[in-house]
Design a protein around this ligand. Structure first.
Ligand SMILES: [Zn+2]
Length: 418
């Protein structure tokens, strides 16, 4: 049996007083200065190393001596401590909070190299939206209406749900959103929780551009309409933003509107993802999806579609819902799922986006192309577990309809075997 340490994030709405709101904003401001200063330091150092040998520096020159070490996390932490003597403002904010800012910058640079993410950016008021208290008191909940935070004291909070038993609060992130301030608590379970074992009816899921997804049971889930309406609204507002003078009151108001619509889109999407995940778990004991690198995907031809569909988020929500409901969740090799016949395994060659139907030249099995891909995913998942669905591997001579019934018999035996 496999065990894992569980971490969760619970989000609650904060109701800070006027003074506390000012304090949060002030903290965000200091964090922003630290971020921008530390980023400048790293940028200057990097720029000073890439001067071309045969080019003279007519325009500018970075004067950083060659033996100055790179300003890494440890070094910047020390600089921060030293800077406190000079800048009193730095001492007014919790020291750990500021260290977390430097840590985040370090992570941003590591991500850039390892995950090919973009170069970290300087942050303006709108881009610095959150900060972290890396340590929380054991009994930070004071009753059901208040939470005790370092620096801010007792803050009123809407406790929309209880912390699950056995979980401890590890960190707290304060986030400014368009609809107010929120606190995100990272919870950790100290007891190990057993992983779900593979059992029951397998279900393959293929995500796509035309439909949001198709299942191996033949169900198609369309992309919900309401996103389109909200996206249109957003685009309209953003177009208007261009005509407003920078720094003007009207621009600030419009910016707030844009942020509110953005938040509504992400809230509605998340809600829909959760409902869909629960719906899928209603019918399955095991769920298999393709193992896709969404970062790379989003850069390719699927760019616009994936951004609005947010498949990556859906997969992680699905994984979580599966775990909660005791459904096994597995990822399978993504290659050629749309080019294989789910019935006989024949390689049917590349399909164009316009080919909507899978029709096998060998066994004559015909179905919707996305359902065929979902079936291939399901078969791969099941066989990866060593519970291959007997008759799927053998060559086919029967017609599609009877095949499907036989397959259901096959899965039943899988169920009893585990
Ligand atoms: Zn076939």
């Amino acid at each position: 049996m496999i065990f894992q340490l569980l971490t969760l994030t619970y989000e609650y709405k904060l109701k800070p007083t006027k003074e506390q709101t000012q304090e949060i904003e002030r903290t965000l401001g200091v964090c922003r200065k630290v971020w921008n200063h530390a980023l400048r330091e790293r940028k200057d150092w990097l720029n000073s190393r890439k001067c071309l040998v045969d080019a003279c520096s007519i325009q500018s020159e970075y004067i950083i001596s060659s033996d100055t070490p790179y300003p890494n996390y440890a070094k910047q932490c020390k600089t921060l401590t030293d800077a406190k003597e000079q800048y009193a403002e730095l001492t007014t904010v919790n020291a750990q909070v500021l260290q977390q800012v430097l840590r985040r910058l370090e992570t941003a640079f590591v991500d850039m190299q390892r995950k090919k993410m973009g170069f970290p950016r300087f942050k303006n008021h709108y881009r610095m939206r959150s900060f972290v208290f890396p340590q929380m008191l054991k009994n930070c909940w004071q009753g059901s209406r208040h939470i005790k935070l370092p620096q801010l004291g007792l803050v009123k909070v809407i406790k929309s749900r209880d912390i699950p038993e056995g979980f401890e609060i590890k960190q707290a992130r304060i986030v400014r959103k368009a609809s107010g301030y929120f606190i995100m608590l990272s919870l950790q379970c100290d007891v190990n929780v057993p992983d779900v074992l593979a059992h029951g009816q397998p279900l393959g899921i293929d995500i796509g551009l035309e439909q949001f997804l198709a299942t191996s049971d033949g169900e198609m889930v369309a992309r919900p309409r309401f996103f389109k309406t909200l996206q249109c609204k957003l685009r309209l507002l953003q177009r208007r933003l261009k005509h407003k003078v920078k720094g003007s009151n009207n621009r600030r108001k419009l910016n707030q509107k844009v942020a509110r619509v953005n938040q509504r889109i992400s809230d509605t999407r998340k809600d829909w993802h959760f409902k869909l995940a629960h719906h899928l778990c209603d019918f399955a004991g095991m769920i298999f999806v393709e193992d896709i690198n969404f970062k790379a995907w989003a850069k390719g031809m699927f760019r616009l579609h994936t951004l609005d569909a947010a498949f990556g988020q859906f997969f992680s929500i699905l994984e979580w819902v599966c775990w909660k409901r005791g459904v096994y969740f597995g990822k399978v090799d993504k290659d050629y799922t749309s080019q294989q016949c789910p019935q006989c395994g024949t390689h049917t060659g590349k399909k164009y986006l316009s080919d909507r139907v899978h029709s096998c030249p060998e066994c004559k099995y015909t179905t919707h192309r996305d359902v065929a891909a979902a079936l291939v995913i399901r078969n791969r998942g099941s066989s990866g577990l060593g519970t291959s669905l007997g008759e799927i591997a053998c060559g086919g001579d029967a017609a599609g309809g009877t095949r499907r019934d036989k397959k259901k018999g096959g899965t039943a035996s899988v169920h009893s075997a585990v």
